[in-house]
Design a protein around this ligand. Structure first.
Ligand code: NDP
Length: 246
């Protein structure tokens, strides 16, 4: 479905980003991954992805740092040439009730989730506009749609991603650049690993589909949105949440 395409995936070394990278590579895309570190497990995942026969490379870059994002974008363009797909997946949580959130808890979450998405999009958009083609997929969250107690900072960042997605879709649709957001519910990754077994069971019980999501559930939608099957879809926010936000 993505043969001959090149995708850039931020936070592609773990969790949902890794599942998207695997799914894209299995479907014929070369992938450039961005993460904050070159850990042993990140390197092992890159090696595993490359076993699909596709070109895979990891770039260390903090998406909060606009100058570093610009440098990394130039490096990726030099290594891979044309980029077709950008997935803004890097994200963090710093949960707590609002009075207890420190400045860093608020700044970090907004800086990575929202501003990071803006910096990376801005950097790759130039190429997309020039080639009159590009696909952008932003990872929001159902929390950005419905809010969540204990996640005011995170919900604000993810709601911001939705406004950003719709605006990019309007601003660049005429240049054949599509921009959509995915709003996952509870997906089993490092991000949700802190939940106790009891809390996880409680959440699963309340979901219409009765289970937490897997990273692969999200990757399947990302593949569809990245492919030409979605060539008339832009500015949408699609939930992958087992019915959580019905
Ligand atoms: P993980 O915590 O498993 O992985 C996060 C990834 O983002 C890592 O690869 C990490 O890289 C990267 N990252 C974090 N900060 C930065 C940064 N400053 N610069 C570059 N890369 C960074 O997260 P998930 O896979 O669970 O989540 C992926 C996305 O989906 C996030 O945007 C999240 O908010 C969203 N989401 C997740 C849900 C869930 O239930 N899991 C639900 C709803 C939305 P490194 O390893 O180097 O730290």
């Amino acid at each position: 479905m993505l043969r001959g395409k090149t995708a850039v995936i931020t936070g592609g070394t773990r969790g949902i980003g890794l599942a998207i990278a695997r799914c894209f590579a299995e479907n014929g895309a070369d992938v450039a991954l961005i993460a904050t570190r070159r850990s042993e497990s990140a390197e092992a995942n890159v090696t595993e992805l490359a076993s699909t026969g596709r070109r895979v490379k990891l770039y260390v870059c903090d998406v909060r740092d606009n100058a570093a994002v610009e440098r990394t974008t130039a490096e990726i363009a030099e290594d891979f040439g044309r980029i077709d797909i950008l997935v803004n997946n890097a994200g963090i949580t710093r949960d707590g009730l609002l009075p207890g959130l420190g400045e860093a808890d608020i700044n970090d979450v907004i800086d990575v989730n929202l501003k990071g998405t803006i910096w990376v999009t801005k950097a790759f958009l130039r190429g997309f506009v020039k080639q009159r083609a590009g696909v952008i997929i932003n990872l929001s969250s159902v929390v950005g749609l419905m809010g969540n107690s204990g996640q005011t900072n995170y919900a604000a960042s993810k709601a911001g991603v939705i406004g950003f997605t719709k605006s990019v879709a309007k601003e660049y649709g005429r240049r054949n650049v599509r921009c959509n957001a995915i709003a996952p519910g509870y997906i089993a990754t490092d991000m949700t690993a802190a939940l106790s077994e009891e809390a996880t069971e409680q959440i699963a019980k309340q979901l219409p589909l009765g289970r937490l999501g897997k990273p692969e559930d999200v990757a399947a939608l990302a593949l569809f949105l990245a492919s030409d099957l979605a060539s008339y879809i832009t500015g949408e926010v699609i939930a992958v949440d087992g019915g959580m936000y019905v």
